[in-house]
Design a protein around this ligand. Sequence first.
Ligand code: GLN
Length: 373
Amino acid sequence: MGTNIFTVMSQLATEHGAVNMGQGFPDFDTPRPLVDALARAMRDGHNQYAPAHGLPVLREAIADKTLDCYGHRPDPDTEVTVTSGGSEAILDAVMAVVHPGEEVILLDPCYDCYEPAVEMAGGTAVHVPLDPETFAPDWEKVRAAVTPRTRMLVINSPHNPSGAVLDADDIRQLESLLADTGILLLSDEVYEHITYDGRRHESVLRHPALRERAFVVSSFGKTYHCTGWKVGYCVAPPALTAELRKVHQYNTFCTFTPAQLAFAAMIRDEPGHYRGLGAFYQPMRDRFRAQLEGTRFRPLPVHGGYFQLADYSAVSDLDDAAFCRELAVEHGVAAIPLSPFYRNPPAGQRLVRLCFAKNQSTMDAAIERLEKL
Ligand code: GLN
């Protein structure tokens, strides 16, 4: 496998002084109370290993947050594990349960760390395309991809890269597809708190028939604007958690202690932060989309997360990789091409992914450059 596309595009942005709308990270400040809590934890001497599964105070806080959001409180001792980012939780989950020769169904386009995890476990990724317009799953196609070797299905809502969101009907179809099978579910919900226009995030944790077979992954980096801290967590039933923890203890063993104290305090003291995250991002999404409408890029609908897909067919005939290189090098805007998210990218697709978790000045600078194309 090569260097991942986010690293490649961020390097290109740095080299060429391009506005970085590619890699998904906010360029505005991390909440001050969180930073203060982290600094306080370090000053107070909380600088040694945390318990491998996470500090009890944070696992309790995660359980409470889950109850607050989804009406179900996982057992913090046996069902919640703190990891070094959502990516670690994904790798741990796959390594824990996928055996050589087993298959894992991925829905394309999908985030780039799923397939390497499956390959490292000795499994085989089976790719099923999402709808090319709406990025919704075609559950009949998913059903048709199931074989006796299928061990796991990976879902991701809100979806990276498209911003699509699974709805209650998707959940019903997923439940019926998995009923009477032994297939496990890996639900990547790192953008769980970012949905728009009143849409409800259909967490797998709301649905008993799904959560009893699922690893549900989240990320504090996305929720608290601190992707560089690399703290996430996994909620899974006790038997799955026990397996995940076996991998976790020899992967990272434990996660950065001071941040765990800081997140615990933040969840407890400022629940308005995660409850209001969609409302926080919605004006940014709306304004960025309105700005894009003034260019020759065509924005696709976004229902959740902080990525905007834009069709550039009116601007260039280049394929997306070549176009993104040209966009960064010649025009000073770094974006992410969509083809790396696919096993078989749709022929002729002309889409780039732009991240709108950015200061207004960053978005204005990008739009000023895109308007010239
Ligand atoms: N999750 C981020 C994105 O989609 C990138 C993370 C990374 O660079 N590995 O842009």
